[in-house]
Design a protein around this ligand. Sequence first.
Ligand SMILES: N[C@@H](CCC(=O)N[C@@H](CS)C(=O)NCC(=O)O)C(=O)O
Length: 240
Amino acid sequence: MAYELHYWPSIQGRGEFVRLALEDAGVDYVDVARLPSDQGGGEANLASWLSYATPPPFAPPVLKAHDKIIAQTAVILAWLGRHHDLAPVEEEGRMWVDQLQLTIADLVAEVHDTHHPISAGQYYEDQKAPALARAQAFRQERMPKYLRYFERILAGNGAGGGGLAGAAITYADLSLFQVVRGLQYAFPNAMAAMAPDIGAVLTLADQVERRGRVAAYLKSPRRIPFNEEGIFRHYPELDE
Ligand SMILES: N[C@@H](CCC(=O)N[C@@H](CS)C(=O)NCC(=O)O)C(=O)O
């Protein structure tokens, strides 16, 4: 039985971290909200499904896998990692990958807050002045701190061509790829300036992008392009 991903149909958003893991694992899944509305797709059907799903999810993405309903991106990925060979088998390694993913989740929340520093419920245009200040602090302090942290881990693992948790690629590596491409889309100037400091991070992103199923997915219509509705938005004034 195919898994069901329940997520907003027109953005990558946090759902993309789950899509990448499902695609890389070669798992059969339905991106339900992207179906036509008479087959259960669309935002209205998603909202309705979320309102009666049990246990009740706070927000998408949600994965339905057999009889399980799993919310929270990091928990979904931990489950997929365990069941589809995208995480170490032993407990210590699994916990390390969980930690990496939660750090990525923190980074993703900070990226979101560069364009919505006051409220997710207000338009960007209505919070532009604080967004400019927030984005400047993000570009100058937070983004370098996060990316140098991942660089330090990868450099410490040596030049073996592996990922954050050693030789085998895990879901945290797929997520770091997504973050790198998202940051390059949203903040091309700041990311170009940082490139000399984060060579191993950029190499890992390229390596993930070349993985067979990931590469096929990225070329397919299933990959929604970055846009200004998602988490990684390109507003040139936030990258000056
Ligand atoms: N911590 C949750 C956050 C989920 C989340 O914020 N989902 C967004 C879309 S990316 C949403 O629809 N939020 C609705 C809301 O917060 O009211 C996760 O990582 O899955």
